[in-house]
Design a protein around this ligand. Structure first.
Ligand code: COA
Length: 261
């Protein structure tokens, strides 16, 4: 599978109806044919665990994720997030959650690669952090097409997309109510589950916090998982507000790390 998210089909007339809407979707208004299967990755090929990683428990210099490593980053983040309360809320069905997590994560990695910054561990992709610089964190239809988010309804199903939309809308409101000055948004961070607790996550965040400190810019993030709050607090973030997601036990915490000025 290539990293490309969709392939233009210049010959609309020969665009025969798809045999299965679960694998191919015709994006009628633009004449693009998009293979939905491109949004699912063969995780097994990216599952090699790097227990001898030189960055385990040590100070390391994170590197920018190469577009060619998008698949490896998606696999690591999907493994890190499949048990997350947000993914459990969006997809309560255990049998479907992994594939749907892969899809959601893949679109988010695309979003980060196209419009933000994605950082990872040197040498081997054992973790990834997606950061949106000031002023870049907004959604448009063009962005939704480019990242594959346009397929959310098809992939997540009606109930899944309804829940995901509720979450996204509440998160967006919380975000804009808490911070209006220019800031970075730590969108997603995840470490391979077998390597968690060895300072990889903090190492991946700290170099960016040095940069935001130098630039006197605050950082915003949301934490639906209560277990990670102490991790962020140790890095200087504070819970600014909590929002309950209706009809669920999910709580979204908006956290801010001040700029220091
Ligand atoms: C949260 C996370 C990025 C931290 O990275 P890490 O390399 O494991 O963390 P570090 O070794 O640098 O720091 C250790 C701290 O991370 C937190 N942590 C470690 N494993 C964790 C896990 N499975 N879930 C939640 N928090 C965890 C703990 O606060 C831990 O501190 P402790 O050892 O005193 O309990 C990583 O655990 C992870 O990917 N979790 C799953 C995905 C996730 O929840 N991401 C955050 C989105 S809001």
């Amino acid at each position: 599978m290539t990293a490309s998210t969709f392939s233009p089909n210049s010959d609309r007339a020969s665009n025969s109806p798809s045999t299965s809407t679960s694998t191919t979707c015709q994006y009628l208004s633009s004449g693009l044919t998009i293979r939905l299967s491109n949004y699912f990755i063969d995780c097994d090929q990216s599952c090699a665990i790097n227990m001898n990683a030189p960055h385990l428990g040590k100070i390391f210099n994170p590197v920018r994720l190469k577009p060619a490593d998008k698949r490896a980053a998606t696999a690591v983040l999907a493994r890190a997030f499949v048990g997350d309360p947000l993914l459990r809320y969006v997809c309560p069905d255990d049998r479907k959650r992994y594939a749907r997590t892969q899809y959601i994560i893949k679109t988010i990695v695309s979003f980060g690669l196209h419009y933000g910054e994605v950082w990872t561990t040197p040498g081997h992709v054992d973790a990834a952090a997606i950061w949106m610089p000031p002023g870049t964190d907004y959604m448009t239809t063009a962005r939704r097409i480019r990242t594959g988010m346009i397929f959310e309804r098809l992939v997540l199903g009606r109930a899944g997309i309804d829940r995901y939309t509720v979450f996204n809308e509440l998160t967006s409101k919380l975000h804009h109510s808490l911070i209006s000055r220019p800031h970075w948004h730590l969108f997603v961070i995840g470490v391979d589950p077998l390597l968690q607790g060895h300072n990889v996550g903090s190492g991946l965040i700290k170099h960016m916090l040095e940069r935001t400190d130098r630039d006197h810019v605050p950082v915003f993030l949301t934490a639906p998982n209560p277990l990670v709050v102490p991790f962020y607090e140790r890095l200087g973030f504070r819970v600014a507000r909590e929002v309950n997601v209706p009809n669920s036990s999910l709580v979204i915490r908006g956290m801010i790390r001040p700029s220091g000025d």
